[in-house]
Unconditional design. Structure first.
Length: 183
């Protein structure tokens, strides 16, 4: 008798686990799909930001300023909201890539970071046209975009630090040369 009760409970649990679904608007949503629908914004920490010295170097780069401000929407965006804003983000990213006029940032490694950022934005824009895209996939792409922007900021900071160090070395060399005149 005890075995029959245990067997019955096990069968009941297995049936419930396999058929866990709910009806919503005439379609069946399984438990797995239900977990992938995100109804509250996921707050992502901000990656690397520009140092004050670096910020001064890009203050006249309008496309960078516009993208920096626009990306604030993506740190707390819902996936559907992010997809809706993706076309505008793609336009701003293209402008950023095409408007680089700061000579010291025209290095290949900065160009690579701009291209990675732009390609990630284009992928997000393409996702907006895919009807069966999951929220988790959208969030993963948003994270790639924010990581690419953070990498761009890190590179700009590194270039600025490098220039500061080179300037300090040059000043030190000048002081040494002035204190030890050649005979």
């Amino acid at each position: 008798m005890f075995r029959n009760v245990v067997f019955g409970l096990m069968c009941f649990c297995m049936v419930m686990a396999c058929k866990e679904s709910e009806m919503k608007n005439g379609t069946i949503i399984t438990a797995q799909e239900k977990d992938s629908v995100i109804t509250e914004p996921v707050i992502r920490p901000i990656g690397e930001t520009l140092l004050p010295e670096s910020r001064k170097k890009v203050e006249n780069w309008k496309a960078y300023q516009e993208l920096d401000k626009f990306l604030e929407n993506y740190y707390t965006a819902l996936p559907q909201e992010a997809l809706n804003l993706s076309t505008e983000l793609a336009t701003i990213s293209k402008q950023l890539k095409d408007s680089l006029e700061i000579k010291r940032f025209k290095e290949p490694d900065v160009q690579i970071r701009l291209n990675v950022l732009y390609n990630s934005v284009l992928r997000l824009e393409d996702m907006a046209s895919i009807p069966n895209i999951s929220d988790k996939e959208v969030l993963a792409e948003i994270n790639q975009i924010l990581d690419a922007f953070s990498a761009l900021n890190a590179k700009i900071n590194n270039i600025t630090r490098k220039e500061e160090i080179e300037k300090q070395i040059k000043e030190l060399e000048n002081k040494i040369n002035q204190s030890n005149p050649k005979k």
